[in-house]
Design a protein around this ligand. Structure first.
Ligand code: ADP
Length: 146
């Protein structure tokens, strides 16, 4: 049985993230989504709980996907979850550059490999930061969210 960790901020968890989680689950027996918590940024614990809840609802119909919060290094979250591989999504060349160096570093410090899944074209323009920006100005973002 192979467990994969899908780490991220997921602030918020978008349809693009859901697509990656679903596709990862087709490749691995168990997928654990870890929500990275930066204690310096998070002032309200309820906000993290809400983020976890939203993800749990989004993946409720998929067997073998779990959700956890994690404060610390991603490779330690992987160990905690019993994951031997990590999954990330790539939307663009800029994503690729970032993900490549992250994957290289993570493998160097832990031996854990990262599988990069190419974003589906219908979701490749969705980013959490754009969703947050739209929400800040009162725009409806339901079309981007599960
Ligand atoms: P982080 O803050 O760790 O970069 P994010 O929550 O922004 O985390 O994203 C988690 C992972 O999902 C990253 O690998 C990112 O490239 C990927 N991702 C983000 N949006 C999409 C999308 N629309 N389609 C596919 N992958 C995505």
């Amino acid at each position: 049985m192979t467990t994969a960790l899908f780490p991220g901020s997921f602030d918020p968890f978008t349809l693009g993230h859901l697509d990656i989680a679903r596709r990862a689950r087709r490749m691995f027996d168990r997928v654990v989504i870890s929500v990275g918590v930066n204690p310096a940024k998070v002032t309200d614990e309820r906000e993290i709980e809400q983020r976890l809840d939203a993800i749990r609802r989004a993946v409720a119909d998929i067997d073998g996907i779990e959700v956890m919060a994690w404060q610390g290094l991603t490779v330690d979250a992987a160990r905690e979850a019993g994951a031997t591989v990590m999954v990330r999504g790539v939307r663009s060349a800029a994503d690729y550059d970032y993900e490549r160096s992250l994957a290289e570093l993570n493998r160097r410090i832990s031996g854990i490999d990262t599988v990069l899944l190419v974003a589906s074209p219908e979701y490749s323009s969705i980013s959490s930061s754009a969703v947050r920006e739209l929400q800040r100005f009162g725009y409806d973002t339901t079309q981007f969210l599960p």
